[in-house]
Design a protein around this ligand. Structure first.
Ligand code: HEC
Length: 221
């Protein structure tokens, strides 16, 4: 028994093996041929009308993409450049966005002011005159804060001079001046450093009074 299986020189076993190995693929090929002929023969007789219809449809969509491609590419490239703003360094915008995490808790990631029940934590930055005007005004606000005099907003604009170095201070203001549709020149690191130096004599531990903002800026020109 075991001899028959293990002996590779058994001629009968060899012959059966060879015949089996050859016959399996041959039978498969013949079967596929029969099925293929049946399929072609069947479809060749009846669905002639369908194949004529398909021929007419296929060439139609082909010219459309080649016509549309050059038109589609042309306006797609200038669009992001316009949105990016006037030559604002993308690295400064990136640093500003990161630093804005300090502001988002009240002003919201979308700059609209975070909703706190019926009120806002802080005012919207979209189109804010203080943010978009003379850079000294937002610099003074962030360095010294705004004294809380009413409950218009749930939050308080705290002095944040200690939390931002000059580079981050300039970047975060550049970011808010050029996000959400806002558009204003970048605030430079030099402007931030100069503001920190000249406003250092403003003694307002609880923040400056909102009404005195312009007067303080003018007094330090
Ligand atoms: C804890 C809450 C809070 C945080 C954090 C905060 N703010 Fe404010 N911010 C306020 C509130 C409240 C006001 C409005 C104060 C007022 O006018 O009484 C304000 C006002 C301002 C204004 C004046 C806007 C205007 O149109 O009058 C600027 C500019 C400003 N914040 C910038 C920032 C920046 C930049 C940051 C982050 C570096 C920041 N704030 C972080 C609460 C906050």
């Amino acid at each position: 028994m075991s001899d028959e299986h293990q002996d590779p020189e058994n001629p009968v076993a060899k012959l059966i093996g060879i015949v089996f190995l050859i016959s399996v693929p041959v039978v498969l090929i013949v079967m596929m041929g029969i099925v293929g002929i049946a399929f072609l023969g069947g479809s060749g007789v009846e669905p002639k009308e369908e194949s004529e219809g398909e021929v007419a449809v296929v060439p139609a969509p082909a010219p459309a993409p080649s016509e549309g491609a050059p038109k589609g590419n042309a306006p797609a490239k200038p669009a992001p450049a316009v949105e990016a703003g006037d030559a604002i360094d993308p690295a400064v915008m990136a640093l500003g966005k990161t630093s804005y995490a300090l502001c988002a808790a009240c002003h919201g990631l979308d700059g609209k002011g975070l909703q706190a029940g019926p009120a806002l934590m802080a005012p919207s930055m979209h189109g804010s005159e203080v943010i978009l005007g003379d850079p000294d005004r937002p610099l003074l606000v962030v360095l010294k804060g705004i004294q809380k005099e009413n409950m218009d907003f749930m939050g308080m604009m705290a002095p944040l001079a200690a939390g931002l170095d000059d580079e981050k201070l300039a970047a975060v203001l550049t970011y808010v001046r050029n996000s959400w549709g806002n558009k204003a020149p970048a605030v430079t690191v030099e402007q931030a450093a100069a503001a920190r130096a000249k406003f250092s004599d403003v003694n307002a531990p609880a923040g400056i009074k909102r009404a005195e903002l312009d007067a303080i800026v003018e007094a330090h020109k």
